[in-house]
Design a protein around this ligand. Sequence first.
Ligand code: BDR
Ligand code: CA
Length: 319
Amino acid sequence: KIPVIIDCDTGIDDMISFAVTLTSEKLNILGITTAAGNQVVDVTTQNTLNGVTIMGRTDIPVARGAEKPLSRPLRDAGYIHGENGLGTYRFAEMTAKQPEDADAVELMRSLLDASEEKVVILAIAPLTNVARLLMEHPEAGEKIDKIVFMGGSLRTGNPTPVSTFNVLADPEAARYVMKSGIPFHMCPLDTTRELYLTVDDIEAIGAIGNPVAQMNYEMCRFYNDAVNKNNNADKRFKGLCIHDLCAAAYVTDPQLFTTVKYQGDVETEGELTLGFTVLDYENIRQVPEEERNVTFISSVDREGVLKIYFEALKSFGEP
Ligand code: BDR
Ligand code: CA
């Protein structure tokens, strides 16, 4: 099994991705760490604790992480994910599970230290925790196999024309991690836009009938309305994009994706382009393959990933 640490800001699409990662026979989830992002960190932590509980995985340690970015004020995405980060969905009861005493950086460090194999970090939130880990414990990097990050893009953005939320929320952290020398696999918005649910797909989730599927259904209904309200209604989007699920499925089923290597950096000062991931798409600088620091996930087999997602939801029981 692949040892994995998930760093997240749970969040609707984070929670959706848990259905796949927390049930995958291919993964050994060592721990989950939380960051501020979609909502403040107290909310993203509580959502994570409730999420692992409803999915029967209270065995996984959860640690609370950064309250704010490395050097900027907090920016959240409550306008997309709602006040409690999960749209209008409410858990019937709060879990008794508590976060670890250790914070996110400390939990990551100790899990990496204890692991015999190199570990994959699945980062589906602003990169504050991961950057702090590498800054404070550089030796921990030797135990990381790769960082799979949802965020960045070649040519599109949310919530600005060119910047994606997980980079824009902490551009200094993203820059540090991208240039750390640790294999950095980027699941960009250009590709996550191809992993979408149609209205019919959302209704099919609702028909599955178990409590996890019902949670996914309610979150998707809210998310779809919120995205339609906030995005340009020019019908460019084919459906509701489930960004974090795309990055998660790349870890469980890499055969459903293609990749290409670019040299990359992050804009940390631009007036209009703050948080843009600058990728040497044309290889203008003639950088040799081995010096290109970003493995860019360039396509996804949508049908293949949705099959895995639906199977995961059904594994929680059918009525
Ligand atoms: C990413 O930002 C967050 O809002 C989502 O959870 C996802 O990780 C999408 O841009
Ligand atoms: Ca997220």
